[in-house]
Design a protein around this ligand. Structure first.
Ligand code: GAL
Length: 678
C-alpha cells in the first residue's frame, strides 16, 4: 500500500510545555488559522516512562488527543528516541555516543548510539508501548520516527559501534584478507590478523586516518541508522492501522536516504530553516543566493520523495542559548519560504513551532506565538497562508518539472566529505550548477544512482550534469552511456572515475571506464593553487573560468571534438573540454571544476536554458518553478529580494493566491509570491 503525504498545513506543538488548560484554546486557534495537523511527542520519553519499565503514564497524551479528535485535528505522533531519559543514561552509560577519541557525550539530545544492545532494547520497548497504546486513536494519521536522524552528530564511536562495525565488515566483505585489501591496509602496516582487532578509526596524528576505512565507516553509520529506523517501522506497522503513514524528518549526513526509504518509510519530510542564511555571523555580501539556497536542499528532498512534507518550516527568529543567532523573519518571508517548499514539491507544511519554548536550550527559537501568547504579525501571516492554501487544492501530487539533473551517489558524497581533493572540487561545482540554474531559471533535479538504478530513472531528463563522480563502477558507466545512446546529454567533470568502489585508485588511464566511450584521456592533471586563480579556457570566442583543478585532455578518437582549450600555464592550448556523439546523444568531458559561466554556456549549447521563457520573463532576483499534473500547470514566482521585482507576462494569468488576473508588466512586492495557473 502506498501512502502519500496528507496535503495541508500543520504545526509542531509540545503539550508538555504548558498547562493542559491552554490546550483547547491553542487547538481552536490553530484551526482558525488553517493549521489542521499537529506533530507531538517526539521528545517526551520521560513523561511516558518516568522510570525503568513504569508505563503507568504511557497515556499522558490521551486527553490532548481527545481534544484533537473532537476538533477533527490530525496528529503526527513522534517516537521519542532522540532524547533518552536520564534514568536510562545513568543505568546504561554504554548507550551514549562517543567521539573518535572515546570521549562520551552526555546531553542534551541525540547523544545515544544506534548499536548499544541496551539502547535498542529500551527504544524498541517504548516504541512498542506507544504503538499499542496510541495506535488506534482516531486523531492520529501518521508517525514520525525519532527526530532528525543523524542531526547534531553523524559519527558514532562508542564501544557498541566498534563491535557492530566488526560484524558489518564481516557481513559485507567476508574475510579478513578482503578487509585488508578493500581498506588498503598494507599502507602503513595496518593489516588485521584477527577479527578481534577490527575497530572503527581512532584519533590519528594530523587527522591522518585511512580514507578507505573512513568510507566504510560512513557506510556503517548509515547502515546502523537505517537498521534502527527499520526496527521502529516494523514495530509501528505491527500495531497501527495500515492507513497511517510513517515518515521521518531530514536531511542529514552519513545517511543513505535511498536505503532509509527502503526501511519502510512512506515519504520523507524536511526541516526547512532558510533564515540560517541571515545568521549574525554570515557574510551576506559573499552570498547572492542566501535563503534561496534552501531550494538546493528541497531539490535533494524531492529526489527522495517527489512529493514530500515539511515537518518544520521556520516561523520565527532562531537560536539556541548556546549557538546560532538569526533575526526575526521579515514580514512576508514565512509565506515566501512556505511557497518555496510548495514550489519544490511539498504538499504538507508544518511550522516550527506553535509557541516559543518557555524553558530550556531553545528559548530563543521562536514560534508563531511568542512567550506572551498574544497574537502578532506571525499569526496574521500564517492565517493568510492558511486562507490562500485552499486555492491550491488541485495542486497536491503535481510533479516538479525539470529537464536537467545533477547525478550523485552516496559513496561519492561520502568520499567528497573525507577526501580534501575531492571535496575541494565538489563544492564549487555544486555552487556553480546551483547558481547558473537558479539565475537562468532552469529548473534542476538531483538523481542519486545506485546498483538498482535503471534507464527509466533517467529518461525524464535531457541533460545530466555529472560533476565529479570519482568513484564510478562499470554498471554506472554503462547506464550513463545507455542514456546518451538513447538521445540524452551527459557532462562529466574533472576527476571522474579514478577510484574504485573502495576509493582505491586502480592502474588505468583517467577517466577510467568513462574515457572509453567519451573518447577522452587525461594526460596530465593538477590541483590549482593560488598562482593559477583566474585560469580560463576559450570556447569559440568566449573565455570561461575553469577553476580549482585542471585535467589536460587528449582526444582518443577522430570523432571527438575539442570545444575549449586552456588559456594559460604550461598546458596553454591543450584541450579542456571535449564532445562526442554517441548513439543519438552527446557526451561532454570537462577537465576542470564547473564554473557558473561554464554551466550557463552548457545549458545554452544544449538548448535547455530558461525553458520557461515562453511563459514568463523574470529577473534573476526571483526563482521560477513549475509543478504539473496532467494538463494543469502551476507556475511559482518567488521574490527573495527586499525590493520589488518586475515580471512580464505574455498573456493573462490568474494568481491563485490573490484570485486576480495579471498580464504584461507586473510588479512583485518584496518577498512576494505568485502562483499562476498557466
Ligand atoms: C530542528 C529540530 C527541532 C528543534 C529545531 C530548532 O532541527 O528538529 O527539534 O530543535 O531544530 O532548533
Amino acid at each position: 500500500m502506498t501512502r502519500h503525504v496528507d496535503p495541508g498545513l500543520g504545526v509542531c506543538y509540545y503539550p508538555e510545555h504548558w498547562p493542559s488548560e491552554l490546550w483547547a484554546d491553542d487547538l481552536d486557534r490553530m484551526k482558525e488559522a488553517g493549521l489542521a495537523t499537529v506533530r507531538i511527542a517526539e521528545f517526551a520519553w520521560s513523561l511516558m516512562e518516568p522510570t525503568n519499565g513504569d508505563f503507568s503514564s504511557i497515556g499522558w497524551f490521551d486527553d490532548f488527543l481527545d481534544l484533537c479528535a473532537e476538533r477533527s485535528m490530525r496528529v503526527i505522533f513522534g517516537t521519542p528516541t532522540a532524547t533518552p531519559p536520564v534514568w536510562l543514561q545513568r543505568a546504561h552509560p554504554e548507550i551514549l555516543n562517543a567521539d573518535r577519541s572515546g570521549q562520551t557525550y552526555d546531553g542534551p539530545r541525540r547523544n545515544y548510539n544506534y548499536n548499544a544492545p541496551a539502547y535498542r532494547y529500551y527504544a524498541d520497548r517504548v516504541v512498542e508501548q506507544i504503538a499499542r497504546h496510541y495506535g488506534s486513536h482516531l486523531a492520529i494519521v501518521g508517525w514520525q520516527i525519532d527526530n532528525e536522524i543523524n542531526c547534531e552528530i553523524d559519527e558514532f564511536y562508542s564501544e557498541g559501534d566498534h563491535l557492530a562495525y566488526r560484524e558489518f565488515l564481516r557481513a559485507e566483505l567476508g574475510t579478513l584478507e578482503e578487509v585488508n585489501r578493500a581498506l588498503g591496509l598494507t599502507f602503513w602496516s595496518r593489516q588485521y590478523s584477527d577479527w578481534s582487532q577490527v575497530r572503527l578509526s581512532g584519533r590519528g596524528l594530523h587527522d591522518a586516518v585511512n580514507p578507505h576505512s573512513l568510507l566504510w565507516e560512513k557506510r556503517f553509520f548509515s547502515h546502523s541508522a537505517v537498521r534502527f529506523a527499520r526496527k521502529q517501522v516494523e514495530i509501528l506497522r505491527s500495531h497501527v492501522p495500515d492507513s497511517h503513514f510513517i515518515t521521518t524528518n531530514g536531511l542529514f549526513g552519513n545517511l543513505n536516504y535511498t536505503e532509509l526509504m527502503k526501511a519502510g518509510l512512506d515519504f520523507i519530510t524536511f526541516d526547512s530553516y532558510p533564515n540560517f542564511a541571515f545568521d549574525v555571523d554570515r557574510d551576506l555580501a559573499a552570498d547572492r543566493l542566501r535563503d534561496r539556497r534552501w531550494s538546493w536542499s528541497l531539490t535533494r528532498t524531492r529526489s527522495i520523495s517527489r512529493c514530500f512534507g515539511i515537518m518544520e518550516q521556520q516561523s520565527g527568529a532562531h537560536g539556541w542559548t548556546s549557538r546560532m543567532m538569526g533575526p526575526a523573519p521579515k514580514p512576508g518571508q514565512m509565506r515566501l519560504w512556505t511557497m518555496q517548499s510548495v514550489a519544490h514539491g511539498a504538499d504538507f507544511v508544518s511550522y516550527f513551532r506553535w509557541r516559543t519554548a518557555p524553558m530550556g536550550t531553545e528559548i530563543y527559537w521562536h514560534g508563531l506565538n511568542d512567550y506572551s501568547n498574544e497574537p502578532g504579525r506571525k499569526m496574521q501571516e500564517v492565517t493568510r497562508i492558511g486562507q490562500e492554501w485552499a486555492a491550491l487544492d488541485d495542486l497536491w501530487g503535481a510533479d516538479y518539472q525539470a529537464q536537467v539533473a545533477v547525478v550523485r551517489t552516496y559513496d561519492n558524497v561520502y568520499d567528497s566529505e573525507l577526501d580534501t581533493w575531492h571535496g575541494r572540487i565538489e563544492r564549487p561545482s555544486d555552487d556553480a550548477v546551483f547558481a547558473a540554474c537558479q539565475l537562468s531559471h532552469t529548473p534542476l533535479d538531483f538523481v542519486y544512482l545506485d546498483a538498482r538504478s535503471s534507464l527509466e530513472d533517467l529518461e525524464r531528463y535531457r541533460l545530466l550534469l555529472v560533476p565529479h563522480l570519482a568513484m564510478m563502477d562499470e554498471a554506472m558507466s554503462e547506464l550513463l552511456r545507455a542514456f546518451v545512446e538513447a538521445g540524452g546529454t551527459v557532462v562529466f567533470g574533472a576527476r571522474t572515475g579514478y577510484k574504485d568502489s573502495n576509493g582505491l585508485c586502480p592502474m588505468r588511464p583517467m577517466p577510467g571506464l568513462v574515457g572509453q566511450w567519451a573518447g577522452v584521456k587525461v594526460t596530465d592533471f593538477t590541483n590549482l593553487g593560488q598562482r593559477e586563480e583566474g585560469l580560463t579556457a576559450t570556447w569559440d570566442e568566449q573565455r570561461l573560468p575553469v577553476p580549482v583543478f585542471s585535467e589536460v585532455l587528449e582526444a582518443r578518437a577522430d570523432d571527438v571534438e575539442v570545444l575549449a582549450r586552456f588559456d594559460a600555464d604550461y598546458y596553454a592550448g591543450e584541450p579542456a573540454l571535449t564532445r562526442r556523439t554517441v548513439g543519438k546523444g552527446q557526451v561532454y568531458y570537462l577537465g576542470a571544476c564547473f564554473s557558473e559561466e561554464m554551466v550557463r554556456r552548457l545549458l545554452t549549447e544544449t538548448g535547455l536554458v530558461s525553458p520557461l521563457a515562453g511563459l514568463i520573463e523574470a529577473p534573476e532576483g526571483v526563482e521560477l518553478a513549475v509543478r504539473r499534473k496532467g494538463e494543469r500547470q502551476w507556475l511559482f514566482v518567488l521574490n527573495y529580494q527586499d525590493e520589488p521585482q518586475v515580471l512580464r507576462l505574455p498573456t493573462a494569468y490568474t494568481d491563485l493566491l490573490s484570485g486576480t488576473s495579471e498580464q504584461g508588466e507586473v510588479e512583485v512586492e518584496p518577498y512576494g509570491v505568485r502562483v499562476y495557473a498557466v
